[in-house]
Design a protein around this ligand. Structure first.
Ligand code: NDP
Length: 279
């Protein structure tokens, strides 16, 4: 299984290190999580984040709001958390109900507490190749995993399929900063397979199970599967893992790949914010 980029293994290692550091230094970081409505996937994600916090000694406080909560109530809650010196990071679980303006909500988070790196300030700094208060968790987790395996990025052709604000766009900018030649693809891209076939490193962040097939992948490529979909009760990534496996140099599995790395990055970000605040 030498081809597997073991996100779960590295994530466990990072979490253990963070736990040791929190214990040894008597740190007391706190993460505030805002959850609006009853989206079952969001509830699962929030509970996974809470568990990780509990495991390593980060205090997590979940603020749950009813689906019909007015936008102003959420904004006021965030303003209060911005002012609260006991809170180090603020995370708003997406998606939000339709009547709430996602951008307004995110922009209300203080950039110094923006643990997901979604505010314009932090997003903009990443776009400019500058260090933000926090990098967005999934892109950060991907780079941490590639670096752990000493995979060279400079000069490589990187193709990112998916241009979301939370994965594809910031990830492409981070690869660019690391001197890769980056192509971003999306649902209107023509001749997608031709482009993905040129990728030394191919990232799939689409949300379509097994979308990337063997004929879309170059021999010896490195494949990063961000997608998480549930098919017949089982988790599936965006890459047809079994079909591409023999062709690739490295690949991340789903589950146990980028998902755990995202959580590890969130924990790292929370601790970094804690250290940057005056406690
Ligand atoms: P979005 O739905 O926000 O974006 C999906 C992107 O994929 C869009 O840019 C879209 O193009 C593109 N796309 C959709 N269909 C195609 C297609 N047929 N060909 C090419 N591009 C296509 O998704 P997210 O970035 O939020 O998430 C993507 C996946 O990653 C999901 O499965 C999600 O659950 C998972 N995820 C996993 C995380 C983890 O920790 N492992 C973290 C975050 C997300 P267009 O812009 O043109 O619509």
């Amino acid at each position: 299984m030498g081809k597997i980029l073991d996100g779960k293994g590295l994530s466990d290692k990072i979490l253990n290190k963070l736990a040791d550091s929190i214990l040894e230094n008597n740190y007391s970081p706190t993460l505030a999580v805002i959850l609006v409505g009853n989206n079952p996937a969001s509830e699962v994600y929030v509970s996974v984040k809470e568990k990780a916090c509990n495991k390593i000694g980060i205090k997590s406080v979940v603020y749950k709001f009813d689906e019909n909560t007015e936008e102003s109530v959420i904004l006021n809650q965030i303003r209060e958390l911005n002012e609260n010196k006991d809170i180090d990071g603020i995370l708003v679980q997406l998606p939000l109900p339709k009547h709430i303006d996602k951008f307004k909500v995110i922009e209300t988070i203080s950039p110094q507490k923006d643990v997901d790196g979604f505010t314009l300030y932090n997003f903009g700094r990443v776009a400019l190749g500058l260090k933000p208060h926090c990098y967005p968790c999934t892109p950060k987790g991907i780079l941490t995993l590639l670096d752990e395996y000493k995979i060279q990025i400079e000069g490589k052709n990187v193709v990112v399929v998916g241009r979301s604000d939370i994965v594809g766009k910031p990830l492409a900018n981070i690869f660019l900063k690391r001197n890769a030649t980056v192509t971003i693809c999306h649902s209107k891209t023509k001749n997608l397979a031709e482009i993905t076939n040129r990728a030394d490193i191919l990232v799939a962040a689409i949300g379509c199970p097994k979308f990337i097939t063997a004929e879309m992948v170059k021999d010896g490529a490195i494949l990063i599967d961000v997608g998480i979909s549930r098919v017949d009760g089982k988790l599936s990534g965006d890459i047809d893992f079994d079909e591409v496996f023999d062709k690739v140099a490295y690949i991340t599995p789903v589950p146990k790949g980028i998902g755990p790395m995202t959580i590890a990055s969130l924990m790292e970000n929370t601790l970094e914010l804690y250290k940057s605040h005056n406690h």
